[in-house]
Design a protein around this ligand. Structure first.
Ligand SMILES: Cc1cc2nc3c(=O)[nH]c(=O)nc-3n(C[C@H](O)[C@H](O)[C@H](O)COP(=O)(O)OP(=O)(O)OC[C@H]3O[C@@H](n4cnc5c(N)ncnc54)[C@H](O)[C@@H]3O)c2cc1C
Length: 300
């Protein structure tokens, strides 16, 4: 825990060395290569052009162009993939209308190419605006868009019910941000229990669910539910992050489940990598091993 908290103090080249397994690389070509590799192993992908909390409209526009370039590359290379996007990277923290305009550009291009776009869910100040933008887009006729629900938030049951009239395509995850205890469940078993309840609610309300977790207990529970309800393949899939629990990924593929891998790429790999390292139980070992291998820190 202490090591996780002091990660921002670790020199960037070391974070890079340890974190590289979670990132496709810095370029779109790197992402295309990884998606081809995953496809050969039987997995589909969702590609995230890394970038969040932009500081001005010009940066938001650049991120929007990057998202559009990603869609173009998916189509040009005929990849079994779609796009994941963070609304703060296209301007949500600056101006709601700017984000809406940029999102429309992205969705227009995706629609033209026959592709789907998932709105990642960020920290709690953005939950309501993200869900609002989702609804606005659906009401404007875009049906190539999906959302994310975080099982650690107390509000999520209400949010799922509100999404039912839209028959939303929902990615269900635990949630990664450090939220206030007044907003989010903090204990592991409590989050698991809410995940299981939300999974059932989404299915009962007739929506499609993307089961985004590496947790064996939740994966086993989902497998049981899929069998019990005889869920059709287009109603669900398992989703995992690049570089995490690859054996489990291959096992799910072998069992015949649809599996999609989240593939981040880009120059802004640092913040994403820190979040991944903080949730990795082996983080201390990895960081210290890298520290000793790094020339600047070598004791030899
Ligand atoms: C496809 C996908 C999309 C996501 N999208 C979002 C989003 O939009 N918004 C959001 O807030 N969160 C998102 N997340 C993150 C999610 O909320 C969790 O923080 C993260 O998945 C860890 O929770 P877990 O369910 O895997 O369970 P955990 O209990 O954290 O992990 C279960 C086991 O998996 C292994 N593991 C987990 N993480 C790592 C790691 N980094 N390195 C090595 N081993 C690991 C460990 O063995 C661990 O015991 C996403 C996750 C996935 C898989």
């Amino acid at each position: 825990m202490l090591v996780a908290r002091s990660l921002p103090l670790v020199p960037k080249p070391i974070v890079r060395r340890v974190a590289w397994r979670y990132i496709a690389g810095t370029t779109l070509d790197d992402a295309v290569g990884i998606v081809h590799h995953l496809a050969r192993r039987g997995a589909t992908a969702t590609i995230d052009a890394l970038g969040e909390f932009v500081e001005n409209a010009k940066q938001a526009e650049q991120e929007t162009q990057q998202a559009i370039a990603t869609l173009d590359a998916i189509a040009a290379n005929n990849l079994p993939a779609y796009l994941s996007v963070k609304l703060t990277s296209i301007g949500l923290s600056l101006d709601h209308r700017l984000a809406e305009q940029n999102l429309r550009y992205i969705l227009d291009r995706a629609r033209l190419l026959g592709l789907f776009v998932r709105l990642d869910m960020e920290n709690s100040p953005y939950t309501t605006p993200t869900l609002e933008l989702y609804r606005t887009m659906r009401e404007s006729g875009y049906d190539n868009i999906g959302v994310v629900i975080q099982a650690y938030l107390y509000r999520s049951e209400h949010d799922v019910r509100q999404l039912a009239p839209y028959q939303a395509d929902i990615r269900l995850c635990k949630g990664i941000y450090n939220e206030d205890p007044s907003l989010a469940i903090k204990d592991r078993e409590g989050i698991r229990a809410n995940y299981r309840a939300l999974l059932r609610l989404i299915v009962e309300l007739g929506m499609s669910v993307r089961i985004a977790t590496h947790d064996d207990v939740l994966i086993a529970d989902a497998e049981q539910l899929i069998a019990e309800r005889q869920l059709e393949r287009d109603r669900y899939e398992f989703q995992m992050l690049l570089g995490v629990r690859e054996q489990k990924r291959d096992e799910l593929i072998r069992c015949g489940y649809p599996v999609r891998i989240y593939v981040p790429y880009g120059e802004d790999w640092y913040g994403y990598s820190l979040r991944r390292l903080k949730e990795n139980p082996q983080v201390a070992g990895h960081v210290f091993r890298a520290l000793f291998r790094y020339d600047g820190f070598s004791r030899r």
